[in-house]
Write a protein that binds this ligand. Sequence first.
Ligand code: GLC
Ligand code: GLC
Length: 813
Amino acid sequence: MEQQKRYGHFDDQHREYVITDPQTPWPWINYLGNEDFFSLISNTAGGYSFYKDAKFRRITRYRYNNVPMDNGGRYFYIKDGDTVWNPGWKPCKTPLDFYECRHGMSYTRVTGRKNGVEASVLFFVPLKKWAEVQKLTLTNQSNEVKNLKLFSFEEWCLWNAATDMENFQRNFSTGEVEIEGSTIYHKTEYRERRNHYAFYHVNTPIQGFDTDRETFVGLYNEFADPQVVIEGKPRNSHAHGWSPIASHYIEVTLQPGESKDFVFLLGYIENEQDKKFSAPQVINKDKAHALIAELDTTQKVDQAFAELCQYWDALLNIYNVRTGNDKLDRMVNIWNQYQCMVTFNFSRSASFFESGIGRGMGFRDSNQDLVGFVHQIPSRARQRIIDIASTQFPDGGCYHQYQPLTKRGNNDIGGGFNDDPCWLIFGTVAYIKETGDFSILDEMVPFDNQPGSEVTLFEHLKISMDHVINNLGPHMLPLIGRADWNDCLNLNCFSWDPNESFQTTENVSEGTKAESLMIAGLFVVTGKDYVALCQKLGKTQEAERMQKAIDAMIEAVKKHGWDGEWYLRAYDFYGNKIGSNECEEAKIFIESQGWCTMAEIGAQEGMVAKSLDSCKKYLECEHGMVLNNPAFTKYIYEYGEISSYPEGYKENAGIFCHNNPWVIIGECLAGRGNDAWSHYAKILPSYVEEKYQTLHKVEPYVNCQMVAGKDAFKPGEGKNSWLTGTAAWMWYTVSEFILGIKPDYDGIRIDPCLPQTATDYTVQRKFRDAEYEITIHPNGAQKGVKAITLDGQPVDGTVIPYSAGKHVVEVTM
Ligand code: GLC
Ligand code: GLC
């Protein structure tokens, strides 16, 4: 095996990942901001910021997939004599005497040292503020006086991140800025329809500035050698069109041992229509002044940072486990939950693999994400459910995506992904079980955001179920539509035109026989939840009606969905089997194994056990379970995008981490704790971190969407990190099915499924107004709770009844 170099390590005490070499195998990033103002930041301080929507409100510019990699960000140039360097190494790449990047919970601290000077920058977005703080601390660690020249740098984006990269004939003439004291304002398009602007401020008098990129950088220079920095002299340029930037120039004298703080602030402001201007062409800066005043001293900023840390302390105290296995504990207690917040916030929009331009919030994605997040801030999950449901159509179908800024369904993509409706039940049930708040079901929610079309959320759930029932195919299995969870299994697309999108082209849906076993399983799982909910609400008839539909679906799967050793994946347009031993390639797929085992379809008949065994036999490899096996080696017109990928990548036999937990949950329900654990540990970042830092390539502290599968050129190489449903599914799996602490309507259900080697562990769980300290004694069992005591009293069954206050629970297996 290739020699594995290390680039960093976990610091659990501070909940940080510490990067010690700036030349990571790929930029290792973090996210700042939790609600409205967001930033992406790499380990060299690259990245960008936006307000709510990475497409429509991009604040700073970023160049994707560039040479060199990770080009553009918030850069501080320190000129010390003839040496120019940056605390994060890039862009100058001057070798540093010391480098460290600490990615923490919604903050990043980058520290560099060169020739006796230390520069440490703390980046974070204060709670409820529309601004990124950059607190730079310069320290003279040498014995001589240091006269430093400091240049800051941010490049403005002209708001719409798509047209910013395209429409240069316009863009080069629209850029506008204003400069006032130590603040540079970006106001492109403010004169017309925009009511918002951005600013970049520093809390000290400046000795100069630049706002025109060509002047600052030099037309043929690079970020690594900006003309103005080389000359050591700002030009006080005022941008008119072209590319506006913001750069402050500050002269800093430091005595030996002396340290100085500078608070830089990148802010975003919206003004009311009638208060846009303070004089003709002059933007009204009142709100900017107010925001600056809140964050203009080290003390205020430190206070805001302490509040952010307390916020995360509280969030991460809701579910906390002590197993004695650091690698498990740090993922459960810190990084998995953190990634769940990030995916909840961004869905699949903005990462170093998603441009922030293409996709907004996904209907299915966001419902799944909130299952990883609902215990953290239930009120936000509640709002999200309403927003999502508001993009549904009266027949139960729904927009596949919506824009976070407008919350409107995205017409470019449309609907027709037939798994989408079921996920609304999945998300809503998780919310109610966590909170006990049934009132959400009475919320009046529109269709397609049309005022006047409102029905209750419960009605939305009902039509979601009905959408499946009303769209069954010849085997009484669900019609797949454009695709089910697997966006790339496009059975009604039939495209030979490379300019057609596989997702939005449906050339042949008329008369289709294409059916999905994945949706069948999903329907049974979410259907059971729906039935239980109806019973809880006293809607007996509706419960019975749906139970019949579920029973029929189970029969259809047993009859038409079983291949002998595993569940089929689908039927194609013509009614031919997909994912069958009869197929030439891709004989078995993971999605239907996951969902049909989670649905426990045919458990009595041995189908579940056989399916799980087949996953081990045909799908499992060193790095996890691949999506299908064998991989497709050629494009199949009838199947669509799935067969467009080279072997071992993405939906063609990649390890699509998102769906591994489905099988793991299947294993847990079947009581096979050893198998569940071994699948889980294979894709658990902390285990991967230990073994494969170079090979894995992407951030070792979070899951990525895909790890190259066994048929790939480089098995084990990760791609598409951060924004993946894997986060929520890993969380759901470990918290509820492995460790076995499962919120339910009337309390917490305890049902762990563990490897035989598991030892006693304790989970601290805040639940509504209660706090439980639950200690599990596995006694070598993989599954099966023998006895539970609540505050010393025996409990019947496996649900600890909910009651407010602090409780101690002992569980014997
Ligand atoms: C991506 C999409 C998700 C889809 C999955 C499988 O992760 O965001 O919606 O289910 O790919 O195709
Ligand atoms: C591509 C990707 C898939 C993703 C989809 C989103 O098909 O392979 O993962 O879900 O694009 O539109």
